[in-house]
Design a protein around this ligand. Structure first.
Ligand code: T46
Length: 135
């Protein structure tokens, strides 16, 4: 299965402002156990550089622009989050590199579980090995 862009439900016209929202179960395909956000990252900086063994995430950029390159060990795919009504679902087992494209961008994440460092693979060779072993 592939990661996918989700159109966030949004109300309102540009003059009056817009309101975007998620509803648990209906819009996010897992129970949300954690929400976190990343900000204050300089343009050109790279974060991520890891995969999760089990964690699923929906990520969105309410302000600014980030590029996410996901990798399943065979194929890389680029996604741009440049609009507050766009989100990306990242499935478990996918490596991700995240590049900050605009000043003051904010990246929000809804995650399927609590923080657990044991769920991370932070070494790319180890990740390829993990994929080859079919884990
Ligand atoms: C991901 C991308 C999009 C915690 O203590 N609790 C938390 O909930 C998180 C997310 C992180 N941390 C600690 C672990 C590290 O010592 O915060 C530090 C920075 O985390 P990390 O280097 O993993 O940050 P990113 O931006 O590379 O990755 C984060 C998430 O960890 C990751 O799940 O997919 O955002």
């Amino acid at each position: 299965m592939n990661n996918s862009i989700i159109q966030i439900r949004t109300y309102g016209k540009s003059e009056e402002g817009r309101l975007s929202f998620f509803e648990g179960s209906k819009d996010i395909p897992f129970e949300i156990k954690r929400i976190y956000y990343i900000y204050g990252v300089k343009v050109g900086e790279k974060r991520g550089m890891h995969a999760h063994k089990e964690l699923q995430q929906v990520i969105w950029c309410p302000y600014g622009e980030v590029e996410i390159i996901t990798d399943d060990g065979e194929q890389k795919t680029n996604y741009i989050l440049d609009s507050p009504d766009k989100a990306l679902q990242i499935l478990k087992g996918h490596w991700r590199d995240i590049y900050w494209k605009k000043e003051n961008s904010v990246l929000c994440v809804a995650a399927s579980d609590y923080y657990d460092e044991a769920d991370y693979i932070r070494d790319y060779d180890e990740y390829l090995d993990y994929v080859r072993r079919g884990c």
